[in-house]
Design a protein around this ligand. Structure first.
Ligand code: 3PG
Length: 217
């Protein structure tokens, strides 16, 4: 964790990426778990939290974390439309992550004043994002779309772009990605296994976060 980062101010995409080696990708179905989970991750050293818009409870969970966990910086994942962007901004999300790239989502993020990490898998999408002024991108789905070898290849033509590979990244392969010069952090769901959440084993979540923070980069 970058203790010098003032998380109360306006964030940049690079600050979101650089705070810890891993951004947890979170799926919440129970609003009662949101604050407890966020506190457990923060206790383990991770405060940039991506809550995905994949459940009807997601926006309420974002709202609860934004309100009740001041040490967390809650963001929204699975943002797919300008409407999603508005809803997330209203709920208190501080950053946005999308699974793909559209100009409309990029524009909505800019209008809302929120940093966006948009997902890309091709050179064309990287070029579109850069045309819109975005050079901090999510590589998704990372393992399925070419893994570390793809990022190495992109390091040539897109040497000014920084990536957060997500999708199939685990505790076992995260270090391989983090060793690449164009990777700032990785994203993944392994810090929040559904069975651990179901049992309310927050100590286990804190332990997983603690281990993730110690990944070299
Ligand atoms: C996702 O969108 O589900 C994320 O990329 C997480 O993928 P993972 O479960 O493979 O970490």
């Amino acid at each position: 964790m970058d203790v010098n980062l003032d998380v109360s101010g306006k964030l940049t995409a690079l600050q979101v990426m650089q705070d810890s080696p891993v951004i947890p990708v979170i799926v919440l179905t129970d609003i009662n778990q949101a604050v407890l989970l966020a506190r457990a991750l923060v206790a383990g050293g991770i405060r940039m939290l991506e809550v995905t818009l994949r459940t009807p409870q997601a926006l309420a969970c974002i709202e609860a974390i934004a309100r009740d966990v001041p040490d967390a910086v809650v963001g929204a994942g699975t943002v797919r439309s300008a409407l999603d962007v508005h809803a997330c901004a209203m709920a208190g999300a501080r950053f946005l992550v999308s699974p793909g790239y559209t100009h409309a989502v990029a524009q909505a993020g800019r209008d809302a004043g929120l940093p966006l990490l948009p997902g890309v898998t091709t050179g064309s999408e990287i070029m579109m994002a850069q045309e819109d002024g975005l050079s901090q991108l999510k590589f998704f789905p990372a393992m399925q779309a070419g893994g570390a070898a793809m990022l190495k290849a992109w390091g040539g033509p897109f040497g000014d772009v920084r990536f957060c590979p997500t999708g199939g990244v685990t505790a076992a392969n995260a270090a391989e990605f983090l060793a690449l010069p164009n990777v700032e952090c990785v994203g993944g769901s392994w810090l929040t296994p559904p069975d651990v959440l179901a049992r309310g084993n927050w100590a286990q979540v804190t332990a997983l976060a603690f281990q993730a923070c110690r990944l070299p980069r």
